[in-house]
Design a protein around this ligand. Structure first.
Ligand code: IPD
Ligand code: CA
Ligand code: CA
Ligand code: CA
Length: 266
């Protein structure tokens, strides 16, 4: 399937930023790092990558809105389109020398994500999807896994940093899903978690406390790979709630049901 001109722009931007990340990953001990909040770091690598992506995308479509994790929201004159960018998803992995991180770029049209690119420069894995055109890993078509029973599944999750004593809700969800699934993974880059679901590597994924740039590109990948994604309650407010549950038709449904089971004994 031929890529559209705009998807090619997104791919070129992701590859260029990915090269910058790879260079910085080789010298990670020399990078300046600042702390944005508890367990939320930003390095020169994040900032450089965001500038590269922004410059490439805005050169191609100067009138579109731009939302980047580090620079925030910039309003354009177009009114219908918005770029949503996480220049380095998995900063904590990156800063610890763990080669599991990615550039994530999405295009939204009238509030709907219509194209997404996720690139892990450490493994040279490029995920792409456009609405109606299927999802691809390095140009090979991908599909979500086919397993139907949660008991056979490996499920990804995130572990939100909520501060001491505030993990109650997450721990209940985790306990419920752990009680059913064959295995749980916490890999540390939400965009790649979603891409892994699209590629059938993970059977499902759920997380809370996320931002649009963590999820936007992954959502179009999942849907184009034949999967389902919703907020954790099964609704459509993924960006607003900051939560996501994803998988094939069966596993998505099971995850929503299991994660929302009441706390035992209450
Ligand atoms: C983080 C990663 C992580 C998720 C965090 C995100 P960042 O993004 O996606 O897996 O658990 O909630 O903030 O800060 O590395 O881009
Ligand atoms: Ca961050
Ligand atoms: Ca992120
Ligand atoms: Ca980031």
């Amino acid at each position: 399937m031929a890529r559209s001109a705009l998807l090619n722009v997104m791919v070129q931007a992701a590859i260029k930023a990915g090269k910058s990340l790879s260079r910085d990953f080789g010298e990670v001990q020399n990078l300046q790092v600042s702390v944005k909040g508890p367990s939320d770091f930003v390095s020169q690598a994040d900032l450089k990558a965001e500038k590269i992506v922004r410059d490439e995308l805005m050169k191609a479509r100067p009138t579109y809105d731009f939302l980047g994790e580090e620079g925030g929201e910039e309003k354009g004159t177009d009114g219908a389109h918005r770029w949503i960018v996480d220049p380095l998803d998995g900063t904590t992995n990156f800063l610890h020398g763990i080669p599991h991180f990615a550039v994530s770029i999405a295009l939204e049209r009238n509030g709907e994500v219509v194209a997404g690119v996720i690139f892990n420069p450490a493994t040279d894995e490029l995920y792409t999807a456009e609405r109606g055109g299927g999802a691809f890993l390095n140009d090979r078509r991908i599909r979500v896994a086919a397993r139907k029973a949660l008991t056979d599944c490996v499920i990804g999750c995130g572990v939100p940093h909520l501060g001491r004593g505030n993990h109650g809700k997450f721990l209940v969800e985790l306990r419920h899903v752990m009680g059913e699934a064959a295995g749980i993974r916490r890999m540390g880059a939400a965009a790649l978690d979603l891409a892994y679901v699209a590629a059938g590597r993970l059977d499902g994924f759920w997380e809370a406390e996320l931002s649009p740039w963590d999820m936007a590109a992954g959502l179009v990948l999942i849907r184009e790979a034949g999967g389902f994604a919703s907020d954790i309650k099964g609704g459509t407010d993924i960006f607003g709630s900051g939560t996501v549950a994803a998988g094939n038709e069966y596993i998505h449904k099971s995850l929503v049901e299991v994660a929302n089971r009441p706390i035992p004994g209450r």
